[in-house]
Write a protein that binds this ligand. Structure first.
Ligand SMILES: Cc1ncc(COP(=O)(O)O)c(C=O)c1O
Length: 388
């Protein structure tokens, strides 16, 4: 059957392909440790689950405003102020079915064929696919481990053309953990100030997972003069282990929020009412446990980084945020050919990781360390064994 041309421009998610293969192997009785998915292994906090149950019992089961309940948009405004230092009104906030939907709607609402979107690579898998689906061009901005997987102001200036419509910035980043300090954001902001046609997606969904000193830095705060063209994307999926609830919250100029709501009104409509009630509890409830989670992630990160760097042929920098390590395996390419073959080899030895090429990188793989400590150390032991 004929499919839409727009669909032919996007590839199925390759991270899902590896996860599916791991599931198949498991079904065949093999023990596979999956370090390929991007979600915390912790249980959703009990007070959040209780809020979802209470919403059900209260009959909170009907349509809500398309952009989310006022209660949740107020709670999201509190989150943006408290956790990102960004002051916004509820009118500048939209609630969507996960951060992913917000990104999808923002890009679809603003891109035309011929528009260019700058994406630092390695990138989160969905960015280029959404851009291509919208009919626009992906402009790759390669980064490397030596540069902390961050773009520079010079690189940005050189990449911008009159057709540039968006820069997609993700800090802390998936898949590299790249985290931009305030002064680098300000340097990028100075470049952006000279190019008023460029919008910026500041995807801060991993903001609570930073391992360095000091507060989280975000573009809309560091460069307030850009406020009319920055969309800051956040949510509860990663921070509060609520991936299944599908709630993202985004803050931006009202013109963009309204455009996204217009599209949302004809796609999914409002995000699920029960999930919205749960997200209110996540933002307004206790936050202290997030620090404990972060320390557990930090300990796992340190363990994984040390173990990987001890394996001949593999190396990884210490990621500053999120829960991923981008491992370089270039010295092993002569033996395996490419990183996909390497990942399939590791899968045969009971560990699922994702090839760097899925993220626009090369010669390596991404490890998610959002898995329990015992499984993680067994996984790195298996990787070492597989590469002997
Ligand atoms: C960088 C980044 N942005 C956005 C998302 C979307 O998160 P969700 O739609 O689950 O809220 C993800 C999830 O993997 C991500 O890694």
């Amino acid at each position: 059957m004929k499919l839409a041309q727009a669909l032919s421009r996007i590839a199925p998610s390759r991270t899902t392909a590896i996860t599916d293969r791991a599931t198949e192997l498991r079904a065949a009785g093999k023990d596979v440790i999956s370090l390929s998915v991007g979600e915390p292994d912790f249980a959703t906090p009990p007070h959040v689950v209780a809020a979802a149950k209470a919403a059900l019992d209260a009959g909170d089961t009907k349509y809500t405003p398309v952009a989310g309940t006022l209660r949740l948009r107020e709670a999201a405004a509190l989150h943006f102020r408290r956790d990102l230092g960004l002051t916004v009104t509820p009118e500048q906030v939209i609630v969507s079915a996960g951060g992913k939907q917000a990104i999808f709607h923002a890009l679809l609402a603003t891109l035309d064929p011929g528009d260019e979107v700058l994406i630092p690579s390695p990138w989160w898998v969905s960015y280029p696919e959404i851009v291509r689906f919208a009919g626009a061009e992906v402009v790759d901005m390669p980064t490397n481990a030596a540069g902390g997987f961050r773009i520079t102001a010079e690189q940005l200036e050189a990449a911008i053309t009159p057709n540039t419509r968006w820069l997609l910035l993700n800090s802390p980043g998936n898949p590299t953990g790249a985290t931009y300090p305030a002064e680098e954001l300000r340097a990028l902001g100075q470049v952006l100030a000279r190019h008023p046609q460029v919008l910026v997606m500041s995807d801060d969904i991993y903001a609570p997972l930073r391992y360095g000193e000091g507060a989280h830095a975000t573009l809309a705060v560091e460069c307030p003069d850009l406020a009319d063209r920055v969309l800051t994307v956040s949510g509860v999926s990663k921070s509060h282990a609520m991936t299944g609830f599908r709630i993202g919250v985004s803050a931006g100029p009202e013109w963009l929020i309204k455009a996204m709501a217009r599209l949302q009104s004809h796609s999914s409509g409002n995000p699920a009412s029960i999930s919205q009630a749960a997200a209110v509890a996540a933002f307004e409830g206790p936050q202290e446990f997030l620090l404990d989670w972060r320390e557990r992630f930090r300990a796992r990160r340190d363990m994984v980084v040390a173990a990987i760097n001890a394996i001949p042929g593999l190396s990884t920098p210490v990621p500053d945020g999120a829960f991923y390590c981008m491992v370089d395996a270039a010295p092993l390419m002569a033996r395996f050919g490419d990183d996909e073959a390497l990942c399939l080899h590791l899968l045969d030895h009971g560990v699922a990781v994702v090839p760097a090429s899925s993220f626009g990188g090369s010669n390596g793989f991404r490890i998610s360390f959002a898995a329990d400590e015992a499984r993680l150390s067994e996984a790195v032991r298996r990787i070492a064994e597989a590469l002997k």
